[in-house]
Ligand binder design. Structure first.
Ligand SMILES: [Mg+2]
Length: 213
């Protein structure tokens, strides 16, 4: 068994990418008799089941097309449902810089539909060494279960792992389990950079006695 190394565990939404579900609702409503705000609520309910792995992506699309009265094709629905993300460029630059410096992992409440889309769309995801996703873990943040699953599955030592997330509830669970945490605010990326620089120094692997440096 390999010893855990200082690692980074990173949320996706509002950390690596921004998102706006109302954009999807408005574009679906343009091809439906159901108003956008009602579609947004319907999608939100179905999304919970999708992201916790209770229903598949296929079942989600079938149900959502029916409930929203969308007149377009499944492919169009799929595209509109996924085309809601935009890059948080400063964080992409940070992650690219960290590649090779520390193992990089993802921990996200998401679905196969969005995960596949994100990986195909934003090159930043190529920098990650693995990840845990709510739809396949069948558990979601902020519950402890998905964090415990993540620790076991990725072989992490929470005390040596920097967990980055924008939601206070997720940060609170991570802190309870002993993670080092960064409560990320995309409007103040510089704050995060300063915290990260400090953690990088603190988490450097100490050279063996006699080693130079
Ligand atoms: Mg988030």
């Amino acid at each position: 068994m390999t010893l855990p190394r200082p690692s980074i565990l990173c949320d996706i939404g509002n950390v690596l990418v921004h998102f706006d579900f109302s954009v999807a609702a408005q574009r679906l409503a343009a091809q439906s008799d159901v108003p956008a705000d009602r579609i947004l609520r319907l999608l939100d309910e179905a999304k919970e089941e999708l992201e916790s792995g209770k229903i598949t992506g296929d079942a989600f699309i079938t149900r959502s097309i029916k409930e929203s009265g969308f007149r377009g094709s499944r492919e169009e629905f799929h595209h509109l449902w996924c085309d809601i993300f935009s890059a948080n460029d400063p964080m992409h630059r940070t992650i690219e810089r960290l590649r090779g410096e520390r193992p990089l992992y993802l921990l996200s409440n998401t679905s196969d539909l969005h995960k596949d889309y994100l990986f195909a769309t934003f090159p930043v995801f190529e920098n990650f060494d693995g990840g845990i996703y709510s739809y396949s873990a069948r558990a979601a943040k902020p519950d402890e279960e998905i964090f415990r699953h993540t620790i076991a599955e990725l072989g992490l030592d929470p005390a040596q792992t920097l967990f980055i997330d924008d939601l206070a509830a997720n940060i609170a669970t991570a802190q309870r389990l002993g993670f080092v945490t960064a409560h990320y605010d995309a409007t103040n990326h510089q704050d995060f950079e300063e915290f990260l620089a400090d953690w990088m120094l603190r988490s450097e692997i100490t050279p063996a006695p006699g080693a130079e440096g």
